[in-house]
Design a protein around this ligand. Structure first.
Ligand code: NI
Length: 204
């Protein structure tokens, strides 16, 4: 505990330091709003048990998203999850956009030796009419159906196939399928947390 005497001796010059702290606090708030569950960190090792957990996450995501958004009205759906961020509607449409790409990447890696995959501009996809204005139901049903088939595939691929890789054009790095699975488990929870955070802060 700092005594009153201690506080009185704080020199004027420390004020700019407080501003730096304030700026840091704001940056941390923004980081927390952008990455509510933290940034993705690839696990060092992935066991069969870890994979099952990640597959389980993918299996549950469509219903979790549906449960969160089905009672929201259009005005609520068009609310950004953070200042300058996507609206809830855009986040919902982004999920099948992203996971369709991921599903195709799994299939390429399972059928071709180290394929070079195609990146896509997720921000521009989110600006397209179906990514920004369409009813969320269109993406909720697509996500539901996509995850049923994706999860079924993941539950049936051979042990050795998890080490098959694709090459991402932005990093030129080999990405093993088990690492990609962990990424998409994170990705679903990451966007789920965005929607949850708006609902909590707005008290809906
Ligand atoms: Ni995303």
């Amino acid at each position: 505990m700092v005594g009153l005497k201690g506080l009185q001796t704080i020199p004027e010059e420390t004020t700019p330091h407080w501003d730096t702290e304030l700026a840091q606090a704001l940056l941390m708030t923004l980081e927390k709003l952008k990455y509510p569950i933290g940034r993705f960190k690839a696990p060092e090792t992935i066991s069969a048990q870890d994979r099952n957990r990640f597959i389980n996450d993918l299996q549950h995501l469509p219903k979790q998203i549906k449960d969160l958004v089905s009672d929201l009205n259009n005005q609520q759906l068009d609310t950004p999850y953070r200042p300058g961020g996507w609206t809830i509607r855009q986040v919902v449409h982004h999920l099948p956009d992203s996971h369709l790409n991921s599903y195709i990447r799994f299939k390429w890696a399972l059928t071709e030796p180290q394929p070079l995959i195609k990146a896509y501009h997720e921000d521009l996809w989110a600006e397209l009419p179906d990514g920004s204005q369409a009813p969320v139901e269109l993406s909720l049903s697509l996500l539901d159906s996509l995850h049923l088939r994706w999860v079924w595939l993941l539950q049936h691929i051979k042990e050795e196939d998890w080490k098959r890789c694709f090459i991402h054009p932005e990093t030129n790095k080999l990405v093993p399928l088990d690492v990609n699975l962990s990424l998409y488990s994170w990705h679903g929870k990451h966007h789920l947390a965005h929607i949850q955070s708006v609902i909590t802060t707005q008290n809906w």
